[in-house]
Design a protein around this ligand. Structure first.
Ligand code: OGA
Length: 364
């Protein structure tokens, strides 16, 4: 931090926790579509079940951002309920131009079609989280996810490590920036409404971040001949304040935990999926829930998803503001932690539900 309390523009990108290099799943499937190595096979109790909870997807709240921006109270109440009971909602009328999302989808699809050698020019080193590869792999005997990912820090711009930004297809770097800027606008607009439902001034939540950091993770889930034995992404809650996910319109995969059941988040064409992350849960003293999510694999179709994570600067100390704690009825549930420490401690573990949130909890 600068002497005047602001963050420096030339500050280097932070380093994150190491992850053990593991095989490329897309390549594994390309070589033999029927092999599912033992390292990917989940314990029976962790596998996706047949029970059809698909109808529950239609209960996941849908929020109209244009109504929130007009100050519509009913929509604000819906947002409050969505964050309390689901921790997830889909957003429509969010203002991201269809042409921008489509360009992003087309460019990503082209990127993943490149040869492994070509994609590996941006390979994630074992001591970084940026690049093309896998994060959160901390031991050789850990069960692996059925996916590969491209992970980049996009904001602030001096955190960008351009050696990990693909050069192919042509223009993809500009597209990532344009898409990320559009998502950042959605996030800051949503933050205004989140501030209001937390009983704060419109700009307060953004202010708590000191600097709004944005990371981008494009997931590639290859088809799997045994989708009932693997998971695309292990169950986890997000360490962010919020995450904004763009899904494909015609392939399902995302599931969220609600009332102890895994509920699919079926895509609504052109909608974005937003979820409450751990930081929002902590700042709201548990009023809003960062719920567990996972992704399942598909038998015949590959799926690409686009997750933008919004979170505070490393140096920010996160804890519930005093007005969210009413000592008579609601005790303080989380202690003060430096965000950078919280994030790294989570990354040093495999993704395992909400286990990583324990370090911020006050034992009751
Ligand atoms: C993630 C994630 C879900 C999805 O990238 O962290 O949970 O649907 N993705 O791809």
């Amino acid at each position: 931090m600068g002497s005047n309390g602001t963050f420096l523009d030339n500050e280097e990108a932070p380093t994150y926790a190491p992850s053990i290099p593991v095989p490329n799943v897309q390549e594994l499937v390309r070589k033999d579509p029927f092999q599912v190595p033992q390292r990917y096979v989940r314990k029976v109790e962790d596998r996706p079940k047949d029970t059809d909870t698909s109808y529950l997807s239609s209960f996941i709240p849908v929020i109209d951002l244009s109504l929130l921006l007009m100050g519509n109270n009913e929509e604000l109440n819906k947002l409050d309920l969505a964050c309390r009971e689901w921790g997830f909602f889909q957003v429509v009328n969010h203002g991201v131009a269809k042409q921008v999302s489509q360009k992003m989808k087309d460019a990503a699809a082209e990127f993943f079609k490149l040869s492994l050698e070509e994609k590996n020019k941006y390979a994630m080193p074992s001591d970084d989280i940026q690049g093309y590869g896998h994060a959160y792999v901390v031991s050789e005997d850990q069960i692996l996810d059925w996916s590969d990912a491209l992970i980049l820090l996009v904001h602030p711009s001096h955190y960008r490590k351009l050696k990990f930004w693909p050069n192919s297809p042509k223009g993809i770097q500009e597209i990532i920036k344009e898409y990320s800027n559009a998502i950042r606008k959605v996030a800051t607009e949503l933050f205004q409404s989140f501030s209001l439902i937390m009983g704060m001034d419109k700009e307060a939540l953004l202010g708590l971040h000191k600097q709004l950091v944005q990371a981008y993770r494009v997931n590639y889930y290859p088809p799997c001949s045994k989708p009932d034995q693997v998971l695309g992404v292990s169950p986890h809650s997000d360490t962010s304040t919020i995450t904004i996910l763009m899904q494909e319109d015609d392939v399902c995969g995302l599931q969220i935990k609600n009332n102890n059941e895994w509920v699919p988040v079926n895509p609504i064409p052109d909608a974005l999926v937003v979820n409450v992350g751990d930081v929002f849960e902590i700042w709201s003293n548990g009023k809003y829930k960062s719920v567990e999510q996972r992704a399942v694999a598909n038998y015949s179709k590959a799926r690409i998803s686009y997750a933008s994570f919004l979170f505070p600067h490393d140096e920010v100390e996160i804890e519930p503001p005093s007005h969210m704690v009413d000592s008579k009825t609601k005790q303080q549930l989380y202690k003060k932690v430096r965000y950078g420490e919280y994030l790294r401690s989570s990354m040093n573990k495999k993704m395992e539900g909400k286990a990583h949130t324990q370090m911020a909890k006050i034992e009751g």
